[in-house]
Design a protein around this ligand. Structure first.
Ligand code: GAP
Length: 513
């Protein structure tokens, strides 16, 4: 099945099984805004818990905060967002559609890569086991031509972006003969910058009100609280502050479902270090974060680092953790060495001294910062994409199963009476009443047992328990494993110890290497 079709199936699965709904759907939705449904919110909360605990439980020098979304407007002047948090936009005069110029060019680069991949796949099919991909890539004329065009375009694009050269971006679009996907024409306007922050008013009257912004990142809430936390928590450098919260960006190109949203959630941690040690910490945090991702068991081959070619003016190193989505390797998390830019800017704009007195060196300095910043929604999407599977069964049927890591699954155990009578429902409820304090259990009595198993497979429930007539006399139930579909007879009194450890966030934390 084409990856595009797989992705469409995942999106409709999210809707059909209560994970993600379009926002305000009865009014035809709102672009790039989504609601998390009954199963989605559980999965999302588990992802957040996994991240939060990996930061504040596993590191005794990291603490958490929860700062307000609204902040003093000068915060965004100091951080550079008012002046420089822009996307380069271009309009097509015929369709009246607006696009991000950089995205149009990135798509053109991706087209060359697709052409190369197609040539390689074709040759692979033709030559079978004897196929030498490296040699083919190094010698095939069509591959070499496309590779050369791709590299030249990439170099020209990177130079234009680095220089913020809007005329050159437009020229690239014209030279590459990029057309509007709607009108099919090349009737483009000039490229211009567009600020991504949402504005609103605070105060009750028009005259008495002032413009404030919805935060485009949670990080600034950490920077402005650096001194408060350092002093009240008696924190010693190196130390970190973690935060999970909503962020807002007026994204023009809203694509790929919850990958790029206008309202989304971030999990960010700012780690304050001694100047000069930041690049060592940067490497350490890259490794720590990659280990966090890989503990989910999705396979090391599905992750890669992408080092930034264009560094923000305040950064001295930056790298993304990319995950293989059905639409290619995409950024899920950014790890940035932000120098002392943010703290220095806030010191300058607020007039307050924002420093650290290092008792060992007996000197004051403005700490440098390593930031780890991951989007909850992108993480959610990567978990869904990897877990969604269609499995051919021995009886010729196909089952759709979400092979979610058990610790992230919305429901851990579904308890099902074989029939809706003879005291079996009561026994099933009794089991839930015992276990519900330890993990999320659901009761399910509708339809045949087979259908009920399929329903739980589709929402990723790792364990199902069936209560039958023998249960009433032998105190045992049938425990079914989602992934192997194996069924074993176990004692009700053993259920908790059999399941609890496997479904706990702790079990996941222990896998972080
Ligand atoms: N404080 C640094 C910062 O915000 P970023 O690379 O702009 O850096 C960090 O964003 C992460 O936030 C990204 O890796 C991505 O996972 C998530 N993110 C950014 N924009 C997003 C959007 N429009 N929709 C969903 N997630 C987004």
């Amino acid at each position: 099945m084409a990856q595009e079709d797989v992705f469409k199936k995942i999106v409709s699965h999210c809707k059909e099984y209560g994970f993600v709904f379009p926002s305000s759907e009865i009014y035809d939705g709102l672009g790039a805004v989504y609601d998390y449904a009954q199963n989605g919110v559980e999965l999302k909360n588990n992802i957040k818990q996994y991240w939060w605990q990996s930061m504040v439980l596993l590191h005794d020098n990291i603490v958490g905060i929860d700062s307000a979304i609204f902040m003093h407007p000068t915060v965004w002047k100091a951080s550079g967002h008012v002046d420089a948090f822009n996307d380069p936009l271009i309009d097509n005069r015929d369709s009246k559609k607006r696009y991000r110029a950089d995205v149009l060019i990135e798509d053109a680069i991706a087209k060359y890569e697709e052409k190369i991949a197609k040539e390689v796949a074709k040759a692979q099919k033709k030559f079978g086991d004897s196929f030498d991909e490296a040699q083919f890539r190094a010698t095939n004329a069509r591959v070499l031509e496309n590779q050369q065009k791709r590299d030249a375009l990439h170099e020209r694009f990177a130079a234009a972006m680095n220089a913020s050269d809007l005329d050159e971006l437009k020229q690239i679009i014209l030279d590459e003969e990029i057309v509007c996907p709607i009108s099919g024409t090349r009737n483009w306007t000039d490229v211009r910058q567009f600020n991504l922050m949402f504005k609103t008013e605070v105060g009750s009257t028009a005259e008495g009100s002032s413009t404030i912004y919805l935060r485009p990142e949670t990080a600034q809430g950490i920077f402005v609280n650096y001194l408060n936390v350092q002093k009240t928590g008696r924190m010693k450098v190196p130390f970190g502050i973690a935060q999970i919260g909503k962020a807002f960006r007026n994204e023009i190109v809203a694509r790929q479902f919850i990958f790029r949203m206008r309202e989304f959630e971030q999990m960010e941690m700012q780690f304050f270090v001694k100047p000069g040690t930041e690049l060592e910490w940067f490497e350490q945090w890259k490794n720590t974060r990659m280990a966090w991702h890989q503990a989910l068991g999705f396979g090391a081959e599905n992750y890669r680092f992408h080092d930034h070619e264009k560094l923000a003016h305040y950064a001295n190193a930056a790298s993304d953790v990319e995950f293989r989505m059905p639409f290619g390797f995409k950024e899920v998390e950014g790890i940035h060495s932000r120098t002392n830019f943010d703290l220095s800017q806030h010191a300058q704009y607020s007039g307050k001294k924002i420093e650290y007195f290092d008792p060992e060196l007996n000197e004051r300095y403005t700490p440098y910062v390593i930031e780890t910043s991951i989007g909850v929604d992108r993480m959610f999407l990567s978990v869904m994409c990897h877990s969604y599977q269609e499995e051919a069964l021995e009886n010729g049927e196909t089952r759709v199963v979400l092979k979610l890591p058990a610790a992230l699954a919305p429901t851990k155990l579904a308890v099902m009476p074989l029939v809706k009578k003879d005291g079996l429902p009561e026994k099933a409820r009794e089991i839930i009443d015992e276990l519900k304090f330890h993990f999320n259990c659901k009761y399910d009595e509708k339809d045949s047992i087979g259908k009920r198993y399929r329903r739980q497979d589709a929402v990723g429930t790792p364990f199902c328990v069936t209560v039958d007539h023998d249960t009433l006399t032998d105190g045992c139930v049938t425990l079914r494993d989602r992934d192997t579909m194996e069924q074993t007879r176990v004692k009700i009194s053993d259920l908790r110890s059999l399941i609890e450890d496997k479904v706990s966030i702790t079990s996941l934390l222990k896998k972080i290497k």
